[in-house]
Design a protein around this ligand. Sequence first.
Ligand code: ZN
Length: 257
Amino acid sequence: MAVYLAPDKKKTWKGVTVNEYFLTVHNPNKISLPAKRSGDCIGVTIHNTGRIVTSAQTTPAEQYTRATVNGNMNTVRVHFYVDDVGAWQNLPLDWQSWHAGQSGSADKNGSQAGNAQTISIECIMNGSGDEKDRKARDNAARIAAYLLEIYGGELYTHNYWCNVRNGKKGTVDELNKLNDGYKNCPIYIRPKWDDFKALVHSYRKQAVAEPADDDEMYYLQIGAFRDRKKAEAALKTAQTEKRAYPEAFLKKFTKET
Ligand SMILES: [Zn+2]
């Protein structure tokens, strides 16, 4: 009987549940792992991988994660598996991942740069365009938007890195869309790449309400003052007057440099 993985943490990014299960923490089978990133992160690489049938107790993204832990994914190590239900994060964001190559051959400017400098998302679809496909694509777009807001950079296809490796020249999007003749990844998203980019962009513009993570704090501010005495007086009022805000506190704002 399969034993399903239990995430160490659940996060919500732009409405998508992200189950954190780092291979750097859980590696009972001692599978080989990528290294921590030393250079800059320059964006996000999108892939498609096939939808798999799972038992009702779990999801394809968990099953791909479990297959990785069990050493059944060859050398593929990605940051995220995303399906219609949510995402499983397999690696910390400041680690490299293995996803941009082909036939196991790394090269300086193609797969190696893609592995070292981009965050990888495997979007689980089957190309039918059904509800699960649409939801998985939408979830991947939301995760990509969240990551691009943090790191900036570009949105890449797996094809981009193959084309670079093959010596093709062009803009990011020209190489994103150009056929590489063999990989064609993300196979279901790439044919309408502009639509996917627009979807990601739409999520970057809109702030989706985020439920709290376990370790997040929210500050309630009831006023802002240049004069400390006035601030203290307002605090006293807030804390004491009719006991309206008994938990109110004063925090000095220091401009970050
Ligand atoms: Zn791919």
